[in-house]
Design a protein around this ligand. Structure first.
Ligand SMILES: [Zn+2]
Length: 834
C-alpha cells in the first residue's frame, strides 16, 4: 500500500462486520473461487494466463504448491545446446570411493549406487556460536582425477536416478577441485560446489557448465549430501544411481560475469513491460543492420519497426532497442537479426501473475504446517525458553534454503503481504484475500513469540528436520530470546499497520493488535531509555547492521504508524522527536563530483560512514518515515524539512542511474574511502571476514567510479563473505524511489522503481528471470530443504570478487542463489507502490 494515500484501510464497502458477515465473506470467497472453476475465463478470470489459472485452481487457491515449470527454465534451455564432442568419466565402483556415511556398490550395467542412512542415531552438533546450525553428518563419493587437463571441455553432465523411499525433497551436491596451479587469466574459480535439485524416482539429466573453473589440472570430483534427519514420509535409506557421467564441449555457453549480454542474445523483461512506460531491451546480435522489430506473438506480424541505437555509458557500449513509443496491450516478441525472443506482455497490469507465484513460494516456506508435497508439520519440538516459560517456534516461514527462522524477517514479509492486500483488495479480490490469509499466518508467528514482558523469541539457525516428539534426541530449546528496542519498535509498526489492515476483517484481532502495538512501543521506549541505540548482539540476525540513523527513522515510522492508528498526539510527538536525529544524518552539502552529489544518509551524526546494505536491506525506512510524517502531520512546522529530505534523497537516487545504464538496476551508492577504519560499523556490516577486508575494501573502491578525492560510487555493494547478492538491496532502494515518486508525483522516480522489477525478471546481462516460473529463463536455485518452488527468489546477483561487475554463474550455491523469503517480500512491497 502506498502509505501516504489517505485513510487507514477498512472494509467499509462491505458494511458492518460481525461473525455472520465474516462467515459470509469466507463463503463468498470460496464461491468466487468455485465460479472461476466452473466458468473458467468466460465469466470470472483469475489471470489472463490460462495455464496459471488452471494451476491456481488445482492448488486449491495456493493451499498446495503450484507445479514448477522446468520447460521454461535456464537448465531446460541448457540441455538443448549442441554437444560438439564428449568423453565418458568412470562410473566404476572400483574408481569412486565412498565418503562419510556413504556406501557404494555396482548396480547392474554401468550404474553406480550411492546409499546412506537417513539417521545416524547421534545428535547434530554445530559450532559453539551457532550450536543448532548443524547436520548429522555427510555421505558421498569421490573420484580422484590425478591432474588431468579438462580445458577442452566446458561442461560435465550426469544422469542421476534417486530412489529414496518417502523423500519428497531430494538433491545432491557436485564438487569440482583443481590442483594447486598458478591462477590463469579468464578463470574465476579453482573449485566449487553445485547443488542439483532432483526429482525422486525419475531419471534426471543434469549438468554443470565449467567455463569459469580453472581446469588445467583437475584433482578430484565428488558428490555429497548432508544428513538432515527425517521428514514425516521419509524412509530409512537414501539411494542415488549414477549413469553416463560425461565431459562435454557444448556450443554457445552462457556468460558468467560482465555487463555485455552473451552473443546473439536480446535481454529484456521476460514478464513484459507496463503500458505507458519506458520499454527497452539490450541487444548483442550480429548483423542486425541497426533495426529491430516488435512482432505479434501469435502470428509474427511486424507491429513496430525501430532503430537500434548505440549507447555509450559508464559500463560500456551497448546496442539498445527502445520501443517506448509502442503503447498497445498484448503479447509480443522482439526480433533483431536472426534472433527472436520468447513472448512477453505489454499491459496495464502485468505483475499479478508474479504475485501469485511469489505468494506460492512464501506458502511453500511455511513452518509448523504440512505443506503438501514438501513436508509434514515441522519443528514443533523447536522451542525458546524465557523466565521459566517455553514457546514452540514452529510457525511463520522457513527463512531460506535452510530451515532457519528470524521473526523480524517474518515481520517484514507479513507487512509486504498486507501492503499487497490493501493495494489489490478492490482490483483482484481473490489474490488479495489469499495474500491476507498468508499475512495472517505470519502475523500469528509474530504475536505468538511475544513473552509479554518485552522479550521475544527471535531467531534460530537450523538445517534439520525433527521428529516432532518432545523428549527425544533432536529437541532444541536454544531459540534466541531477547528484549531488543529495535525489534519491538519495528514490530509495533507492523502490528499497527496490521491493525489498520484487519479492522473490518477480524475486529477482535484488530483490537488485540492495537493493544500489543502500543505495548511493544512502550517496551521499546523503556529499553531505549536504559541502553540507547545498539544491542545488535546476534551476529546471525539480519538487523545486525542497523545504523543509528536507520534506528531513529524506525522509531519515528513506528510512532507515526501508531498515531495513524490511534489518533493519539503522544505518538505524533515521538515521531517528530526521533526523526530529527535521522535528518541530521543526511548529506546536504554537495560532494566535489561533477553532479554535486548529495542526499544520502550517514550511519550517525558523525557523518563518517555512509549507510549501505549488502544482504538484508531496510533502506526504504528513511522514506517511509518521512512520507508518513508528512501524511499524518501536514500542518507541522517541520513539514518542509521532511519534504526537503524526500526531495534531496530522490535527487540522489536519480543521480545513481547513470552508473548502471542502459540497465535499470540501481547502484549501491556512494562510499567514503575511510569507512573500513570505523571498526564497529564495519564489523556489523561485514560478517565472516578473514582479516584481508580492509585492503579489499580499498581494492573494491578502486574498481568503482571515483567521484572526488574521498568518495567512490559502487554499483554492487562492498562485500567479502558469503552473505551477498543484491536482490533485497536494489528492490529496497527501488521501494524507496517509488515512495518518493508517489509522494512527489515524480515520474522519473517511479520509473526507477519499475526498472528494479524489469531487471529482476530478465533485463539483466544474463537475460535470466530471478523468479522461478515467472517469464522465461529462470535458473534452478539453492533450495536444499524444500525443492524447486514456483515463485522462489534468490538472494541475488553479486559482484565478482573485488570487481564491480555482475557475476551470476550456473553454479548453484549459497547465498547468492539461495532462495530467501526476504527477496519475495521485497518484490511484493515494491509492486504495491504501483
Ligand atoms: Zn519448519
Amino acid at each position: 500500500m502506498n502509505i501516504k494515500s489517505g485513510s487507514p484501510p477498512t472494509r467499509s464497502k462491505e458494511g458492518v462486520d460481525s461473525k455472520n458477515t465474516l462467515i459470509m465473506k469466507r463463503l463468498l470467497m470460496y464461491q468466487f473461487a468455485i465460479s472461476c472453476f466452473i466458468y473458467g475465463s468466460a465469466q470470472v478470470s483469475l489471470t489472463s494466463n490460462k495455464q496459471l489459472e488452471k494451476e491456481i485452481i488445482q492448488s486449491g487457491i495456493v493451499h498446495s504448491p503450484l507445479p514448477p515449470d522446468f520447460s521454461r527454465s535456464a537448465e531446460a534451455k541448457g540441455l538443448q545446446k549442441k554437444i560438439l564432442y564428449s568423453e565418458p568419466v568412470s562410473t566404476s565402483d572400483k574408481d569412486w570411493k565412498a565418503t562419510g556415511y556413504g556406501k557404494l556398490s555396482k548396480a547392474g550395467g554401468k550404474s553406480l549406487l550411492l546409499s546412506y542412512p537417513a539417521s545416524t542415531g547421534k545428535r547434530a552438533t554445530g559450532s559453539p556460536s551457532d550450536p543448532d546450525y548443524a547436520v548429522y553428518g555427510n555421505a558421498g563419493m569421490t573420484l580422484e582425477i590425478n591432474g588431468a587437463n579438462w580445458e577442452k571441455f566446458n561442461r560435465i553432465a550426469f544422469v542421476i536416478n534417486p530412489m529414496c523411499d518417502g523423500a519428497r525433497v531430494v538433491n545432491i551436491n557436485f564438487n569440482i577441485e583443481n590442483g594447486d596451479t598458478p591462477k590463469k587469466e579468464g578463470y574465476n574459480r579453482q573449485s566449487g560446489s553445485h547443488l542439483i535439485n532432483l526429482n525422486n524416482k525419475e531419471t534426471n539429466t543434469c549438468y554443470l557448465d565449467l567455463g569459469e573453473y580453472q581446469r588445467d589440472k583437475i584433482k578430484r570430483i565428488s558428490f555429497n549430501v548432508s544428513i538432515k534427519g527425517k521428514d514425516r514420509t521419509n524412509g530409512d535409506t537414501f539411494n542415488y544411481f549414477f549413469d553416463k557421467i560425461e565431459l562435454q564441449q557444448i556450443e554457445d555457453p552462457e556468460i558468467i560475469s560482465g555487463w555485455q549480454p552473451g552473443n546473439n542474445r536480446i535481454v529484456y523483461s521476460t514478464t513484459g513491460y507496463m503500458l505507458n512506460d519506458n520499454k527497452t531491451a539490450i541487444v548483442n546480435v550480429a548483423n542486425h543492420n541497426s533495426r529491430f522489430q516488435l512482432l505479434d506473438a501469435q502470428n509474427n506480424e511486424i507491429l513496430y519497426n525501430g532503430q537500434i541505437k548505440k549507447d555509450k555509458t559508464t559500463i560500456g557500449e551497448f546496442d539498445v532497442a527502445d520501443f517506448s513509443a509502442f503503447n498497445q496491450s498484448g503479447t509480443f516478441r522482439l526480433k533483431a537479426g536472426d534472433v527472436t525472443t520468447e513472448p512477453f506482455v505489454i499491459g496495464a497490469n502485468i505483475w499479478d501473475n508474479s504475485l501469485w507465484r511469489v505468494l506460492n513460494y512464501i506458502f511453500c516456506q511455511r513452518c509448523g504446517y504440512p505443506v503438501p508435497g514438501k513436508h509434514g508439520t515441522c519443528h514443533i519440538d523447536l522451542c525458546s525458553k524465557h523466565d521459566g516459560k517455553m514457546i514452540s517456534f514452529a510457525g511463520g516461514w522457513h527463512d531460506a534454503g535452510d530451515l532457519s527462522q528470524q521473526v523480524l524477517q517474518t515481520g517484514d514479509v507479513t507487512f509486504a503481504l498486507l501492503e499487497g492486500y490493501n493495494k489489490l483488495k478492490n482490483k483482484n479480490e481473490l489474490l488479495a484475500r489469499r495474500m491476507l490469509e498468508e499475512a495472517e499466518w505470519g502475523l500469528e508467528f509474530m504475536l505468538r513469540n511475544r513473552y509479554g514482558d518485552g522479550f521475544r523469541a527471535s531467531s534460530v539457525g537450523l538445517l534439520i528436520w525433527q521428529d516432532g516428539i518432545f523428549g527425544t534426541l533432536d529437541d532444541i530449546t536454544s531459540v534466541r530470546v531477547h528484549n531488543s528496542a529495535f525489534d519491538n519498535f519495528l514490530f509495533s509498526a507492523y502490528e499497527a499497520f496490521a491493525a489498520m489492515s484487519l479492522k473490518g476483517h477480524d475486529p477482535m484481532l484488530h483490537e488485540y493488535l492495537m493493544r500489543v502495538a502500543k505495548e511493544d512501543f512502550e517496551f521499546a521506549l523503556k529499553r531505549h531509555a536504559e541502553v540507547g541505540y545498539g544491542e545488535f548482539i546476534h551476529f546471525y540476525e539480519h538487523s545486525y547492521n542497523t545504523s543509528e540513523s536507520q534506528y531513529m527513522a524506525t522509531i519515528s515510522w513506528a510512532a507515526s504508524m501508531l498515531y495513524k492508528l490511534t489518533g493519539d498526539k503522544y505518538y505524533a510527538g515521538k515521531a517528530v522527536e526521533y526523526i530529527n536525529y535521522t535528518l541530521d544524518c543526511q548529506r546536504k552539502e554537495p560532494l566535489n563530483d561533477k553532479d554535486k552529489t548529495k542526499g544520502f544518509f550517514y550511519r550517525d551524526k558523525s557523518k563518517k560512514v555512509i549507510v549501505h546494505y549488502n544482504h538484508q536491506s531496510r533502506e526504504q525506512v528513511y522514506m517511509q518515515a518521512m512520507t508518513l510524517l508528512c501524511e499524518t502531520q501536514p500542518q507541522h512546522a517541520d513539514y518542509s524539512k521532511w519534504t526537503e529530505s524526500v526531495r534531496l534523497y530522490g535527487d540522489y537516487l536519480k543521480g545513481l542511474m547513470q552508473y548502471t545504464a542502459p540497465y535499470g538496476m540501481i547502484a549501491s551508492g556512494v562510499y567514503h574511502i575511510d569507512e573500513a577504519k570505523d571498526e564497529v560499523s564495519f564489523r556489523h556490516s561485514h560478517l565472516f571476514v578473514d582479516g584481508s577486508e580492509k585492503e579489499r575494501y580499498a581494492e573494491q573502491l578502486k574498481k568503482a567510479v571515483k567521484l572526488d578525492e574521498e568518495h567512490y560510487l559502487k554499483r554492487f555493494p562492498v562485500s567479502f563473505g558469503i552473505f551477498n547478492g543484491n536482490t533485497a538491496v536494489h528492490l529496497s532502494t527501488g521501494k524507496a524511489a517509488a515512495i518518493c515518486g508517489n509522494f512527489l508525483n515524480d515520474e522519473q522516480l517511479l520509473q526507477i522503481g519499475r526498472e528494479q522489477l524489469y531487471w529482476t525478471v530478465g533485463k539483466n546481462p544474463f537475460g535470466q528471470s530471478l523468479i522461478y516460473g515467472e517469464g522465461h529463463n529462470y535458473p534452478q536455485m539453492d533450495t536444499f530443504s524444500s525443492g524447486e518452488m514456483t515463485g522462489e527468489m534468490p538472494v541475488g546477483i553479486r559482484a565478482l570478487d573485488d570487481e564491480d561487475i555482475p557475476y551470476w554463474p550456473q553454479t548453484n550455491n549459497a547465498t547468492y542463489k539461495e532462495v530467501w523469503v526476504t527477496s519475495a517480500g521485497k518484490w511484493i512491497t515494491l509492486i504495491s507502490e504501483y
